[in-house]
Design a protein around this ligand. Structure first.
Ligand code: FAD
Length: 497
């Protein structure tokens, strides 16, 4: 006998409205489940929310649109293309790396252009880059196109196949040493080590296999949706609604109710809301706190001992004039990267002389700032759980503004007409984030695939997790894949043949 899900109409509740929750909601809605999203904040989108002030538009979190194939694959599953949903532009230059001594390196929008830039800096490096990117593409095809969607992180065997076995050396060596062996110049090394920062750990602690991020960067390019990253959030919300998903904002889940070791419902503002299946896309560590202690899978010690992706000190700034010599994405690598990384991971403290990232979407799409103005988003990576106060934020604000002014040879401090800061306190208050982390658990060798927190609870039936603390890991494309993996698991568990 075959019972379809359409006859059952099981009730699924999803906690949170980040990318992983939205992705899971779309897939489960399409599969015929009765899906509702409960979000604690007023706005949907999680870390990818957006706000507008004084005519300036600011994406609050993600700004690097990489791996367009993952977005496309998601939309294709709903018979759509990203171009049906939003306008998007490939950036050229993709980004600019700013070094000390006034020098910089612009990364073009094609491998040919990038090879030429490399060759100008280090003779012979162009040829080496082509060889390196061939391996990187091979890893991308294996990891992202082939394996990622088939790896719910249940067992080590998901990782083992003839292709991965032939690459075992890339799992036990790290990306920093691999790059440093091939390239001598400091600028080129920085350019090639930068992409793995998205994975949340130091390049010296990230397996060399993750060099597929270099193909994502140089091979697939950096893109920008016309109205910002929030175009993607809006499109996913629309697809979810088309598939019957209901959305509730301002609805913090205070408790998860379990009966007979099985999910029974959630408590929102003292109200019990029952369900058959619960997925939490909220930070995993927080979700477990919503359960009675006996139902938690991981201890406080477990979470404290993880390698967390950094937190960030962020500034959203509206400027009443145009900036001269900068691009859409600018990485200020004008100080010592190793020292800063040490102050994030090994010896956590406020960094003495941090690297930082400056994004100006109005450089590409004018309408994201008023005429003649510019919107600046500044991100300083910092360790989690530091003492976060106004005085410290101001100190770093002055520091980065001075470094920007000195780089562009233009005063901007007195032209600031809008300013908002965001740091550890807000990451905790807004997202219930462990230690105020910005983007989850790092992808180190011991926190990869089946070694990450699981998609389903071993202690409570019908309880599932999605998002950047579980598989595959941090970043928007992995969060979208995470929603797909968890919904595949549920569909498999629930549909009886
Ligand atoms: C500053 C910053 C910059 C980034 N830059 C990039 C980038 O350039 N490119 C990229 O690909 N990725 C980037 N990322 C990472 C990316 O944004 C995240 O990995 C991704 O958005 C995480 O999605 P998620 O579904 O795991 O969860 P989240 O977006 O964290 O969503 C979780 C949701 O759960 C809600 N929630 C928490 N507790 C409760 C509760 N008790 N009840 C109800 N709701 C609750 C939260 O409010 C939130 O909406 C960045 C992140 C940050 C913070």
């Amino acid at each position: 006998m075959c019972t379809t899900i359409f006859e059952l109409k099981k009730k699924v509740i999803i906690i949170g409205s980040g990318f992983s929750s939205l992705s899971a909601a779309c897939y489960l809605g399409k599969a015929g489940f009765d899906v509702s999203i409960y979000e604690k904040n007023l706005d949907f989108g999680g870390r990818a929310r957006q706000f507008k002030e004084k005519g300036f538009t600011f994406d609050m979190g993600p700004s690097w649109y990489w791996m367009p194939d993952v977005f496309e694959r998601f939309f294709n599953d709903f018979d759509k293309k990203s171009s049906d949903l939003y306008e998007i532009k490939k950036l050229n230059p993709a980004y600019r790396l700013i070094f000390d001594n006034e020098s910089h390196l612009k990364i073009g929008d094609s491998i040919d252009e990038i090879v030429k830039s490399f060759e100008k800096i280090e003779k012979g490096s162009g040829k080496k880059l082509i060889k390196f990117l061939n391996e990187s593409k091979d890893n991308y095809d294996l990891a992202v196109t082939d394996m990622l969607y088939k790896m719910p992180g249940k067992s080590i065997f998901e990782l083992i196949n003839t292709k991965t076995i032939s690459k075992i050396n890339l799992f036990v060596s790290n990306i920093k040493s691999q790059i440093n062996k091939i390239f001598k110049n400091r600028k080129l090394r920085s350019a090639l080590q930068f992409p793995v920062l998205f994975l949340g750990a130091k390049p010296s602690e990230t397996p060399a296999f993750y060099n597929f991020m270099n193909y994502a960067d140089f091979g697939l390019g950096t893109w920008q949706p016309k109205n910002g990253f929030y175009d993607v959030v809006k499109s996913m919300i629309n697809i979810a609604k088309e598939n019957g998903v209901k959305f509730y904002n301002n609805s913090p889940v205070d408790k998860i109710i379990v009966k007979n070791n099985t999910i029974s419902g959630i408590i929102v503002k003292k109200l019990l809301i029952e369900c058959d299946i619960l997925i939490s896309g909220a930070d995993y560590s927080h979700t477990e706190q919503l359960l009675e202690k006996k139902y938690r899978q991981y201890s406080e010690k477990y979470w404290s001992n993880r390698t967390w992706a950094p937190s960030s000190l962020l500034f959203y700034i509206g400027l009443d004039k145009k900036i001269n010599d900068l691009d859409h994405h600018n990485l200020f690598f004008d100080t010592d990267f190793d020292k800063h990384a040490d102050e994030i991971y090994s010896n956590p403290k406020w960094p003495k002389s941090p690297l930082f990232y400056l994004n100006i979407t109005s450089k590409t799409f004018n309408h994201t700032a008023p005429k003649g103005c510019e919107n600046l988003f500044i991100l300083i990576p910092i360790a989690t759980d530091l003492d976060d106060n106004e005085k410290t934020r101001e100190k770093y604000f002055d520091l980065v503004i001075k470094r920007i002014e000195s780089k562009i040879n233009q005063k901007i401090k007195n032209n600031i007409i809008y300013k908002r800061s965001y740091c550890i306190k807000e990451f905790k208050d807004d997202y219930n984030s462990f230690g105020g982390n910005a983007y989850g658990l790092a992808n180190t060798l011991t926190q990869t695939a089946f070694l990450r927190p699981k998609l389903n609870s071993k202690k409570v039936k019908k309880l599932y997790f999605s998002g950047q603390l579980t598989v595959p890991g941090p970043g928007v494309p992995p969060a979208i894949v995470s929603g797909k993996l968890v919904s595949d698991l549920i569909i498999k568990d629930e549909v009886n043949f």
